[in-house]
Design a binder for this molecule. Structure first.
Ligand code: ATP
Length: 363
């Protein structure tokens, strides 16, 4: 069991690069709640979920409300027990531990929440000191650590304020400092930015990134906000109705979702094919054939496209689309209006297809 470590400080730990060594292992986990479904039937919140979170990575879990995200978090930190399956965190099989031992493991897991869950009656410093007090850290050491933690999250000057004197973003930074107090290896963030405006969300995410990179803390972030996942996660899992429908690198899942459920979910963030309304508008102003090409992460991709159209003497004008970036790789789609003899247009499209280009003729 990890006892509390008295040498804790907010300093760079051996910040190993995110590797493949799993830190959290979820194996065939099913969680049923008794008597919560319609007419008192059991409700299956998670069904046969397996996934691994590597040490040192930021792992995002996305899904709509009720998908089972919070249940997953509560299973990882041992607050709930799965109906079936096993969960390992670091060297521990959480599912095999007594409640007392789970409490010890929980000291190595920080938690932050949507509603911050701060003690209103305690000062900022008092909130951050609380887990240290529980862990039996003496006052002088506690004061030193609290000061370091508040400095790390940029709130040293607010140590003596009470939570109600702080903005939402500042409250969450106190929540983060408190979560880091016992120097956890793993931080679980449950909708941690969902109550914040976009700018403050950006600041909190930047802080989480620093915690990951500078302190080497593995982070599992669960949210229904795709932009949050896009901007911070290395790998993601998509939960839908209690089932894990897809997992992989952020790029794979967002740029090339292999299941329809994941595609439905991520399709709203990345500019994809034009909507029916957009197409109708495009048709009114463009008489040529409309073709949407998925942008490939390949050097010279657009030059090759242009060359193919030119070779077939087809005029190609971009009329819709956009390219953004995921993990420093381009992703998106471009809709072209193609004009020229029908045979030439057909030949250009056949050439592109045989070259592996994914394209859709908009009809
Ligand atoms: N303690 C519980 N007892 C009974 N049912 C529960 C319990 N906790 C969660 N559930 C049910 O399990 C399902 C998944 O809930 P969960 O909170 O994990 O989803 P979520 O994806 O986090 O959604 P949200 O973002 O709305 O919290 C829901 O149908 C919920 O009602």
């Amino acid at each position: 069991m990890p006892g509390h470590r008295c040498d804790m400080s907010v300093t760079t730990r051996d910040a190993e690069p995110a590797g493949s060594e799993p830190y959290v292992r979820i194996e065939h986990v099913t969680k049923r709640f008794p008597g919560n479904g319609r007419r008192g039937t059991p409700l299956t919140a998670l069904r046969d979920v397996s996934l691994e979170v590597a040490r040192g990575e930021v792992f995002g879990v996305i899904g709509h409300s009720g998908a089972g995200k919070s249940t997953l978090v509560r299973l990882i930190n041992g607050l709930e027990t799965p109906t079936e399956g096993r969960i390992h965190v670091g060297p521990h099989e959480v599912t095999a531990l007594s409640e007392r031992d789970r409490r010890n493991v929980r000291r190595d897991i920080g938690m932050i929440f949507q509603q911050f869950n701060l003690f209103r009656s305690r000062t900022v410093a008092g909130n951050v000191a609380y887990p240290l007090k529980v862990a039996g850290v003496g006052q002088p050491e506690r004061d030193r650590r609290v000061a370091r933690l508040l400095d790390f999250v940029g709130l040293l000057d607010r140590a003596h304020d009470h939570p109600e004197q702080l903005s939402g973003g500042q409250k969450q930074r106190v929540g983060i400092a408190r979560a880091l107090a016992t120097e956890p290896s793993l931080l679980l963030a449950d909708e941690a930015t969902s109550a914040l405006d976009p700018e403050t969300t950006g600041e909190v995410l930047a802080l989480l990134r620093r915690i990951n990179r500078e302190l080497g803390v593995t982070i599992v972030i669960i949210t229904h906000e795709l932009d949050v996942i896009r901007s911070i996660a290395d790998r993601v899992a998509v939960l839908d109705g209690g089932e894990l429908v897809e997992s992989g690198s952020l790029y794979e899942v967002f740029a090339h979702p292999s299941t329809e459920a994941a595609a439905r979910f991520v399709g709203t963030t990345l500019r994809d094919r034009p909507s029916a309304a957009t197409l109708a508008r495009l048709r009114r102003t463009h008489s040529g054939r409309l073709v949407t090409v998925r942008v490939r992460d390949r050097t010279g991709f657009q030059t090759a496209l242009a060359a193919t159209f030119l070779r077939h003497e087809v005029a190609a004008e971009i009329v819709f689309g956009g390219i953004s970036e995921l993990q420093d790789r381009p992703v998106g789609s471009l809709t072209f209006e193609l004009t020229g003899p029908p045979d030439a247009v057909d030949a250009s499209l056949a050439a592109l297809r045989s070259d592996g280009v994914e394209l859709t003729e908009e009809d």
